[in-house]
Design a protein. Structure first.
Length: 207
């Protein structure tokens, strides 16, 4: 099951100065320089760092309305955030056309307790996201996966994940997402260990 998108907004102002001094001044005033990669053109802007952090908490696959100070607005998502010394210094946005399919990585949320973990086994998660393609309005903010039915030795692959209508899988269907593994040796290992004494009997240990 997919997680529905929230309606989020992020205010932005166009940038007219591009010197290092102007960029440094923006950051000192809590603003992050940014570029919007659009459908037809690119746009230099700056956004409030606190507002940006609120939007980014929802994940890179979450869409929001980017509102410009000149009154214009359009749907967008975060493409990349550049950091320096732990601080955000630049962000790239991607303008989204609601009529054009796009590829995004959707976060996976594993729910429930795998049946096989009631003994000595554990659930091992290999991936926390899945690459999919679809129209912006069809793409979920996240995917909920119930791992309850998984027993010892069971594996969950990308092809087994149920996707919303209009959304197709881009990741390989064979990609391993999660599996239930034992924390001790398998049955085959136990058998080999049980046969070991016969070999030892033929060759006594030397003191």
């Amino acid at each position: 099951m997919g997680t529905d998108h929230q309606t989020l907004h992020l205010n932005a102002s166009k940038r007219t100065k591009f010197t290092n001094a102007s960029l440094r001044e923006l950051r000192e005033n809590g603003q992050i320089p940014a570029v919007v990669y659009g459908v037809n053109t690119n746009l230099a802007i700056h956004v409030d760092e606190k507002e940006l952090r609120k939007v980014s908490r929802t994940g890179r696959s979450e869409f929001f309305e980017l509102k410009l100070d000149d009154g214009g607005s359009f749907p967008a998502l975060i493409k990349d955030i550049q950091q320096r010394g732990g601080r955000w210094v630049h962000v790239d946005f991607l303008q989204v056309s609601k009529n054009k399919p796009i590829r995004v990585k959707i976060p996976l949320h594993y729910n429930g307790t795998a049946e096989g973990t009631k003994g000595d086994a554990i659930l091992q998660v290999q991936s926390t996201e899945l690459e999919v393609e679809g129209l912006p309005d069809a793409l979920p903010a996240g995917l909920d996966i119930d791992v309850t039915p998984l027993g010892v030795g069971d594996k969950l692959t990308a092809a087994e994940v149920s996707l919303p209508e209009g959304v197709t899988l881009v990741s390989s269907g064979e990609e391993l997402l999660a599996s239930v593994i034992t924390t001790r040796g398998s049955g085959a290992d136990t058998t080999e260990e049980a046969e070991a004494p016969e070999d030892s009997a033929e060759e006594p240990l030397q003191e």
